[in-house]
Design a protein around this ligand. Structure first.
Ligand code: CDP
Length: 247
């Protein structure tokens, strides 16, 4: 965000620097499953982001003081691998940013997982960013949704997330890292497509009320594509099985 006097032009001849239109997503690939020891897992590539999500549980919440007798508790850890970016300040272990992203991700899933079905339990969600290029919290939430669905933990919705921002006076969808660094605003949004509920909305920079409204519309439209990719990923393992029985 920002960039001061050395801010580069992010829009040239009506196109973004990577050639995308204003409301165009980067290519997304989602693979459901993959980790044998997890209850559910998924791998996602979103532009140059590479993310792995793993879900464990529900299991007895430990230490015991973390238990809630009424419902399950979610423990969420978002982490960027030390080799995931070239930035010097990136290093192992949780920093303030990772703690914040873990917290907002946990809140997304608290709204859709049927926690009351598992009193006294914990559900662990791990998001490991293997390669980062802007929008990793959105990529992580989108990937963790698929991992949760694979685990069979009941959810009322399958959330996706995407970011909207502003560069050179234009609203742009799905900011990559250089756009994130030098844009005027970045607004990551998570939505439950069944209910339309907004499950996360953060904002860095400035957007007018009208721009926030337009940004939400942009995010929902892109969300139809992201949702479909999540569903296709969940369907794929079963289609492989069904192929065996085709006559
Ligand atoms: O990834 P996201 O856009 O959700 O979060 P951000 O804090 O806005 O970070 C934007 C991008 O900066 C990340 O996706 C990374 O590519 C990069 N970054 C990094 O390389 N090292 C960090 N410690 C923090 C961010």
């Amino acid at each position: 965000m920002g960039g001061g006097a050395n801010k580069p032009e992010l829009i040239v001849n009506g196109k973004r620097l990577d050639g995308r239109g204003f409301d165009e997503l980067r290519p997304i690939k989602i693979v459901a499953g993959g980790l044998k020891n997890a209850a559910g897992s998924a791998y996602l590539e979103w532009g140059n982001n590479k993310v792995l999500a793993a879900v464990y549980g529900p299991k007895e919440a430990l230490p015991k003081h973390t238990q809630d007798p009424e419902k399950a508790v979610i423990k969420c850890r978002y982490a960027m691998a030390p080799f995931s970016s070239l930035e010097e300040h990136n290093r192992s272990g949780p920093n303030r940013r990772a703690i914040e992203i873990s917290k907002v991700t946990k809140e997304v899933f608290e709204n859709v997982i049927m926690l009351e079905d598992f009193p006294g339990s914990e559900i662990d969600i791990y998001i490991e960013v293997l390669q980062s290029d802007g929008g990793t919290r959105a990529a992580g939430i989108t990937c963790a949704s698929v991992a949760l669905a694979m685990s069979g933990i009941p959810m009322t919705d399958l959330p996706y997330a995407v970011s909207v921002g502003k560069a050179n006076g234009h609203l742009i969808l799905d900011l990559n890292k250089s756009e994130d660094n030098f844009s005027d605003a970045d607004m990551p949004i998570a939505i439950g497509p069944r209910t339309g509920d907004i499950l996360l909305l953060q904002m860095d920079g400035d957007l007018s009320k009208e721009e926030v409204g337009r940004g939400l519309t942009m995010a929902k439209k892109a969300g139809e594509i992201v949702s479909k990719l999540q569903m296709d990923a969940l369907r794929a393992p079963y289609e492989k099985i069904l192929e065996r029985y085709k006559v």
